[in-house]
Design a binder for this molecule. Structure first.
Ligand SMILES: [Zn+2]
Length: 85
């Protein structure tokens, strides 16, 4: 299915949308909640490319505070959202 990751830079307030495909909601949850895409470094690559950049020129340090992510499907339903606790 088509997925749309709304990635917000908490420092600037800017949100960009990274489009990708995945057929497994549980894998999406794992990847963005715990695995590679849970980290600010990988999120910064998607954020940069979503704005037409090459990724690396906007690479951010590893962490879990710079970006907030919510992923929607084509129907506008939330497939994944960062927990805020
Ligand atoms: Zn990292």
């Amino acid at each position: 299915m088509n997925l749309h990751a709304h990635i917000t830079d908490t420092k600037t307030g800017e949100t960009r949308v990274h489009h990708f495909q995945d057929d497994s909601p549980s894998l999406v949850e794992f990847d963005w909640g715990e695995n590679n895409n849970a980290c600010d470094c990988n999120r910064s690559l998607h954020f940069s490319r979503a704005g037409g950049g090459d990724g690396w020129s906007e690479l951010r340090e590893c962490g879990n505070e710079r970006y907030v992510v919510r992923i929607l499907n084509d129907a506008g339903e939330t497939v994944y959202e960062d927990s805020r606790d």
